[in-house]
Design a protein around this ligand. Structure first.
Ligand SMILES: [Zn+2]
Length: 330
């Protein structure tokens, strides 16, 4: 079972708390898991659902992690358990992107799902992976289910920021904070995802405690391109613009924008510690700040990613050169 445990390593204390409450028959009917993106909130929620539904935990305490071998565990692995429902934003076929919100129709569906008695047992679970994306109507509808929970029902909500969930919903849930992971835990999870060698160490640094952030590196093409990008931007003030331009035109549409920005910002950390001219430092910070905002700007204003990224990289090279020159003059 070590591969299963590895998937939420780092939140063992929270999972133990869940199992303890389940053993004592004191399980809260609604959990709100909150913390930064990519740390495994939904993964932990899924493990909680598996443990709750597993046949081995149905009768005699103490409760354990899901056995992985019973009929229920097989159905969960196949994504076909009739008493388990996951809710996230729907795909908008017309706009070819995820809808902006989890909408009220989805909340009503999940409430009627929870109100029916389970087909395998008395237990039913709903996992709302993007609870922070519920619009006001959806959250309002959810209140009813929280006030009058159906027997045997378990609702698990996951969100980054508790403030994105209305206080009326929040106050009826058991709030459970999840923290970013340490590098060793992060490495072990990324290793479980199949990363090794140079890519693994690169991913650990990039993840910075949030392994989900580095999960695109499990695609070997993405990993190769990002390692290339890391080499090209390592000595940014002397970076070859032709090479940068070539890389950008080949890869910018396939590589998650936030990741390629993180690679560049990580490279700047050392320079930022240097004690240079204040004005030049200020300019460099402003340029880095604009670059950090670029992924959101591209999405929001539908900018051309290649030309705008290249412009940011040129500004960065100029600002870095100016700053480094002030170091040399000391
Ligand atoms: Zn089982």
């Amino acid at each position: 079972m070590s591969n299963v445990l590895g998937r939420f390593l780092g939140h063992r204390d929270v999972f133990a708390r869940f199992l303890n409450a389940l053993s004592k028959g004191q399980l809260h009917h609604a959990w709100l898991l909150h913390g930064p993106s990519g740390i495994g909130k939904a993964t932990l929620g899924f493990e909680m659902a598996r443990a709750y539904l597993c046949e081995k935990n149905r009768h005699s305490p103490p409760a354990h992690e899901a056995c992985g071998t019973c009929h229920v565990c097989h159905m969960m692995a196949a994504g076909s358990h009739p008493d388990f429902l996951q809710v996230e934003r729907e795909w908008d076929e017309k706009k070819k992107r995820l809808k902006r919100d989890v909408h009220v129709g989805q909340t009503r569906d999940l409430l009627s799902f929870l109100s029916l008695s389970g087909s395998q047992s008395e237990r039913k679970v709903v996992l709302v992976r993007e609870a922070g994306q519920m619009n006001a109507q959806a959250a309002n509808a959810l209140l009813k289910g929280l006030e009058e929970p159906a027997p045997g029902s378990l609702l698990i909500l996951a969100c980054e920021d508790t403030m994105s969930v209305p206080v009326t919903v929040r106050s009826r849930c058991l709030l459970q904070a999840l923290a970013p992971l340490g590098d060793d835990e992060c490495r072990s999870i990324l290793c479980d995802m199949g990363l090794d060698g140079e890519v693994l160490e690169f991913a650990v640094k990039l993840a910075d405690g949030q392994p989900g952030k580095a999960s695109p590196l499990t695609d070997a093409d993405v990993a190769d391109a990002l390692l290339d990008w890391e080499r090209l931007t390592r000595d940014m003030s002397r970076a070859d613009i032709g090479h940068l331009q070539g890389w950008i035109s080949r890869h910018v549409r396939q590589i998650p924008h936030a990741l390629l920005v993180d690679v560049v910002l990580n490279q700047l950390e050392g320079v930022m510690q240097e004690n240079g001219n204040f004005h030049a430092f200020d300019t460099l910070m402003a340029v880095a700040h604009d670059l950090a905002a670029w992924p959101v700007e591209v999405a929001r204003r539908t900018l051309n990613p290649a030309s705008t990224l290249l412009a940011h990289m040129l500004s960065l090279r100029i600002a870095l050169r100016a700053f480094e020159n002030t170091l040399g003059s000391r």
